[in-house]
Design a protein around this ligand. Structure first.
Ligand SMILES: NC(=O)C1=CN([C@@H]2O[C@H](COP(=O)(O)OP(=O)(O)OC[C@H]3O[C@@H](n4cnc5c(N)ncnc54)[C@H](O)[C@@H]3O)[C@@H](O)[C@H]2O)C=CC1
Ligand SMILES: CC(=O)C(=O)O
Ligand SMILES: [Mg+2]
Length: 376
């Protein structure tokens, strides 16, 4: 199979779909790989390294989109990329369609087979291709929060760890999954006072075991959100209903009641955000204020540590990517229900229920079962 790896074009996005090491795996399995000129250069993956791994270098994205049978990316395709996709081509990347009608419409029109990293599943009910980026974003969320709590960066001037004689800052994590757990680990490491809210009792039990008394783990209700948010210095939004638009858990009233100079980091912004006042921002211009509360809502946080993130992402995407290339996308998905769960759009049909629930009525499409769409 001919695999194409274009350079990412989202604001300050320096990750790339395949590392040179991953290219070598595809080439060893008998595939051909085209990588866009300097696609990984910003994070130290040079054209020479890609060539040594067996790739050819394409001078422009158009050559890749015209020829490749499978496009491997990181971020959701931007409109000009969507327009270059065609029927018979497979797109393997993050999509986040539920909050994004424009992209959804363009992918339907393209006729391409679009597999979303964030909805591929594993045997234990996890999301193995989202998990590494959630680990990164969870860890970064507290780093970003601590930075914006500094007075010169617009915050209240609170040190999360406190010092002997002064109480630590309060961190509230809403959603105790992968992002939430990693945020909590960093916040504990800094010495903060950490509360995690989740609405899953089994998950709260696991958090109790993981953190062994070092966090308060509380069942998530409207009342709990109201109570803990009013006291928090930093709130990390980390909820997920897979593939669906994020529920707005923190209301404008909750935000008004927060202390001046507190910080919100809405990691769930890639699924639309879980705070009422959230709107997506970029690494270039990451924050804005509402009601004297700093909002950090960067939709591609791992892009900020692109070298670590690219390697972590490739560790997870490579085995599924090889299966897609070795067996062909259709057979690979029919053989593996977890990879099949990643299929969101195929030949103009939307095959992911939560995307249909979010956008079907607005855009006029209905749900097609993934297996049926593939003719399996
Ligand atoms: N902005 C960025 O750059 C990045 C964003 N993300 C996003 O972060 C979000 C979280 O991802 P993960 O931690 O991997 O998901 P996860 O599935 O591991 O965890 C989500 C948690 O939210 C909980 N939850 C769901 N509804 C809730 C509610 N109403 N109240 C409290 N808890 C609730 C679930 O029980 C679960 O424990 C996702 O939207 C993901 O796409 C992930 C990586 C990077
Ligand atoms: C998951 C996601 O949105 C990212 O890694 O950018
Ligand atoms: Mg206020």
């Amino acid at each position: 199979m001919l695999i194409g790896v274009p350079k990412e074009i989202k604001n300050h996005e320096y990750r790339i779909g395949l590392t040179p090491a991953a290219v070598k795996e595809f080439v060893t399995h008998g595939h051909q790989v085209m990588v866009e000129n300097n696609g990984g250069a910003a994070i130290g993956f040079t054209n020479e390294q890609y060539e040594q791994a067996g790739a050819t270098i394409a001078d422009k994205p158009e050559s890749i989109f015209e020829q490749a049978e499978m496009i491997v990316k990181v971020k959701e395709p931007q409109p000009n990329e969507c327009k270059m996709l065609s029927r018979g081509q497979t797109l393997y990347t993050f999509l986040h369609l539920a909050p994004d009608p424009t992209q959804t419409e363009l992918l339907i029109e393209s006729g391409a087979t679009c597999i979303a990293y964030e909805t591929v599943t594993d045997r234990s009910g996890g999301l193995p291709l989202l998990a590494p980026m959630s680990e990164v974003a969870g860890r970064m969320s507290v780093q970003a929060g601590a930075h914006y709590l500094e007075k010169a960066h617009g915050g209240s001037g609170t040190l999360l760890g406190g010092v002997p004689g002064v109480a630590p800052g309060k961190v509230l994590v809403i959603g105790g999954g992968v992002v939430g757990t990693n945020a909590a680990k960093m916040a504990i490491g800094l010495g903060a006072d950490v509360t995690i809210l989740d609405r899953s009792l089994p998950r709260l039990r696991q958090l109790d075991d993981i953190f062994a008394g070092r966090t308060n783990n509380v069942f998530s209700t409207v009342d709990a959100i109201e109570h803990y948010s009013a006291r928090a210095d930093l709130i990390v939004g980390a909820v997920l209903i897979p593939g669906a638009a994020a529920p707005k858990l923190l209301t404008r009233d909750n935000i008004r009641a927060m202390k001046e100079g507190s910080v919100l980091v809405d990691v769930a912004i890639d699924q639309g955000g879980c705070f009422e006042t959230s709107r997506a921002t970029t690494h270039q211009d990451p924050v804005y204020n509402v009601d004297d509360v700093v909002h950090y809502c960067v939709a591609n946080m791992p892009g900020g540590v692109a070298r670590t993130s690219t390697m972590a992402l490739n560790n997870a995407t490579l085995p599924f990517g090889l299966a897609l290339a070795n067996k062909g996308p259709k057979q690979a998905m029919l053989d593996d229900e977890h990879l099949l769960a990643g299929l969101n759009v195929h030949e103009g049909k939307v095959t992911y229920k939560a995307v249909v629930d979010a956008l079907g009525e607005q855009l006029g499409f209905s749900y097609t079962d993934a297996k049926t769409a593939l003719g399996g």
